[in-house]
Design a protein around this ligand. Structure first.
Ligand code: TXA
Ligand code: MG
Length: 351
């Protein structure tokens, strides 16, 4: 199949492209589109066959449910059996935005969306192109991140093309994604909200609205089975082993110099993803192209937006291993560290 990539700069004047995307989706085809978090690989969320195609295109395990993307409240009510007071509060404050709410599902939602669960993840993206496409399709859109299963999520149309080219008819290119990490997933079915995946809507922001929230046990200790099935897979994985250096920022640059020296002693080519501060202290100790800054230390927005691209960058380079600098786990840092820990398979050096 030939994959068409169309740059969208103005949703209104490019109405014909949006309509074409809506038609492909309504008729059971797949379209990749940008959201404010990462690019999604969409299908008609009420069409079990179309959703099954998503699993084939991504090589995704079939027990990993998809989330449904909606354009308005009416669509939420068409798929949720019940909108709990917690869900109401969160939607009022954070929707549209980078949050996915787990709710009890209505019976007509296909099993290929929910993996047989009686709940469904619902998300209203805050991105003009995404919302226009959903509206044009007229149905909720099932959309996982548009990467091959196990790879870092795509934050540019080029990354989508790299993974999915030839497997779908259309990729809408809306430029780089705003946040760069996937939505926060919150289970709203119980008496207390439970965060199943940290994201751009932070624990602190949720606590401001709800008072109390819990973190899924699997996010705190790694022994538990996560309640978001997808969180159990080694995700976001680069092609070579990744080690995260985390801890005291004061000691970080020295820790990188030590580890780099040790690995060079083993004749290893080392790729480094770190703050601008650490990268400038390593100049001259490694080839320029193997030193990637993900932003200034503490600039969580920049780090989140750049982290997946940095991991993908090194997939194209000849390196034996990667070192990445961890962040604190406050605010958006929790989501960044969650992705880094998963990308590294929890291989960390504590500095
Ligand atoms: O930001 C995002 O959420 C992006 C963009 C495209 O919207 N989408 C995304 O989808 O990250 P995906 O499929 O890559 O991740 C969805 C996660 C998986 O870990 C899945 O297991 C979990 O949501 N999930 C889906 N339905 C669920 C349910 N009913 N209960 C618990 N977890 C669920
Ligand atoms: Mg994903």
């Amino acid at each position: 199949m030939r994959t068409c990539i169309v740059k969208i700069t103005d949703v209104r004047s490019q109405r014909d492209v949006i309509e074409a995307a809506g038609n492909i989706l309504r008729e059971g085809g797949l379209v990749a589109f940008p959201t404010e978090t990462v690019y999604g690989l969409g299908a008609n969320g009420l069409d079990g066959e179309a959703c099954a195609e998503i699993y084939r295109a991504k090589g995704r395990p079939s027990d990993n449910p998809l989330i449904l993307h909606v354009a308005n409240r009416r669509m939420v009510d068409s798929i949720a059996l019940e909108v709990t007071p917690i869900a109401e509060k969160l939607m009022a404050v954070f929707a549209p935005g980078p949050i996915t709410l787990i709710m009890k599902k209505k019976p007509h939602i296909p099993d290929s969306v929910t993996g047989g669960l009686d709940t469904v993840g619902i998300r209203m993206p805050d991105n003009d192109i995404a919302r226009a496409v959903i509206r044009a399709a007229g149905v909720p859109i099932a959309a996982p991140s548009a990467n091959t299963s196990g790879r870092p999520s795509p934050t540019t149309a080029e990354a989508v093309e790299h993974d999915i080219d030839g497997k779908i008819p259309l990729i809408l290119d809306g430029g780089p994604c705003q946040f760069g990490v996937e939505s926060t997933i919150v289970d709203c079915t119980g008496d207390v909200a439970v965060i199943l995946r940290p994201g751009a809507v932070t624990v602190e922001m949720l606590e401001d609205v709800l008072g109390r929230v819990e973190l899924d046990a699997a996010l705190v200790g790694k022994e538990e089975t996560p309640r978001a099935p997808g969180m159990k897979y080694r995700h976001y994985a680069p092609k070579v082993p990744l080690t995260v250096l985390e801890g005291d920022p004061e000691q970080m640059a020295q820790a990188f110099r030590d580890e780099l020296g040790r690995l060079h002693g083993e004749y290893k080519q080392v790729g480094i993803i770190a703050s601008g501060e650490v990268i400038s202290s390593l100049k001259g100790l490694a080839q320029e192209e193997l030193l990637v800054s993900y932003g200034d230390r503490g600039d969580f927005s920049a780090i989140a937006a750049n982290i997946y691209e940095a991991l993908r960058y090194f997939d194209e380079r000849d390196v034996d291993c990667l070192l990445a600098e961890g962040t604190s786990e406050e605010e958006l840092g929790l989501a960044i560290m969650n992705r880094l820990h998963k990308a590294s398979g929890f291989r960390s050096i504590y500095v």
